[in-house]
Write a protein that binds this ligand. Structure first.
Ligand code: AP5
Length: 218
C-alpha cells in the first residue's frame, strides 16, 4: 500500500531537512504547509493578508484554509504513489481530515517524530538560513554555508533569514506547538502509527533511520 509519510516534531526539529533528503533519495514529493504558506503570504490577496500576521506571530493558520490547501496539493498526479507531509497535521481537526484523505486515496499513514530536546530548538531556528532559489537549509551554528551568507549551490544568492525565526517569535511557535500539536503524538502512538527517531545526531544518521522506517513493509 502506498504511504503518506508524516514528519512530526517541534519547530526546528529538522522536519524540512529530513523531508528534503527523503525527496532526493526516494523521489517522493515533499509537501510543506509552511513553505506553501510562506509563498502564499507574499501575494496581494485577502487570504495573504489573513495568513501573514498569524505566521509572523507564531500562530497557526486556520484549519479550514490549511485543510483546503493540503487537499488540493495532494490530489495532484505526483502524489499518486505516496508523499511526505512536513508540518501537517498540527491540530486534531487536521489529523481527522488526514485520516479521511488517506482512506479516500487508499494510502497508509506512517508518522515519524524527530525528537529534539527543547533547549536545542531555539538555536536551530535562530541560526537557520535558507536559499531563496533552491530552498537548501543551512545553519550558521551547525551547518554553515562554505562562504558567508551565500548558498553553496547558488553563489550569487544571499541566504534568507525567516521572519518567524526571530527570538520572540520562536518562543511563540514553541508555545503553539506544545499547546496544539504535541498532543497529536499521543494520538498517533495510541493508533500504533508513530515511530520516534533521535533528532540530535547528524542529519545523515537521522535520515538512515527514517529511510529504514519508510522502506519497511509496516
Ligand atoms: P513551518 O515552516 O512548518 O515551521 P515549523 O514547524 O515551525 O518547522 P520549521 O520549518 O521551523 O523547522 P523544521 O523542523 O522543518 O526544521 P529544519 O529542517 O528547517 O511552519 C511555519 C508557520 O506556517 C507556522 O508557524 C504556521 O503559522 C504556519 N503553518 C504551517 N503548517 C501549518 C499547519 N499545518 N496548520 C496551521 N498553520 C501552519 O531545521 C531547523 C534548523 O536546524 C536548520 O537551520 C537546519 O540546518 C538545522 N538542523 C536540522 N537538522 C539538524 C541536525 N540534525 N543537527 C543540527 N542542525 C540541524
Amino acid at each position: 500500500m502506498y504511504k503518506i509519510i508524516v514528519l512530526m516534531g517541534a519547530p526546528g526539529a529538522g522536519k524540512g531537512t529530513q523531508a528534503r533528503l527523503l525527496h532526493e533519495h526516494l523521489n517522493l514529493p515533499q509537501i510543506s504547509t509552511g513553505d506553501m504558506f510562506r509563498a502564499l503570504k507574499e501575494a496581494h490577496t485577502p487570504l495573504a493578508a489573513e495568513v501573514r500576521p498569524l505566521m509572523e506571530a507564531g500562530q497557526l493558520v486556520p484549519d479550514d484554509v490549511t485543510i483546503r490547501v493540503v487537499r488540493e496539493r495532494t490530489s495532484r498526479a505526483d502524489c499518486k504513489t505516496g508523499y511526505i507531509l512536513d508540518g501537517f497535521p498540527r491540530t486534531p481537526a487536521q489529523a481527522a481530515m488526514l485520516e479521511k484523505l488517506a482512506a479516500e486515496q487508499g494510502k497508509k499513514i506512517q508518522a515519524i517524530e524527530i525528537e529534539v530536546p527543547r533547549e536545542l530548538l531555539a538555536k536551530r531556528m535562530v541560526g537557520r538560513r535558507n536559499c531563496p532559489v533552491c530552498g537548501e537549509i543551512y545553519n550558521i551554528y551547525f551547518r554553515p554555508p562554505k562562504n558567508d551568507n551565500v548558498c553553496d549551490l547558488h553563489p550569487d544568492t544571499q541566504l534568507n533569514h525567516r521572519v518567524d525565526d526571530k527570538a520572540d517569535t520562536v518562543q511563540a511557535r514553541l508555545f503553539t506547538y506544545e499547546e496544539q500539536t504535541r498532543p497529536l503524538l499521543n494520538y498517533y502512538q495510541g493508533a500504533n502509527l508513530l515511530q520516534v527517531v533521535n533528532g540530535t545526531r547528524e542529519p545523515e544518521a537521522i535520515y538512515k533511520d527514517i529511510e529504514t522506517i519508510v522502506t519497511s513493509d509496516s
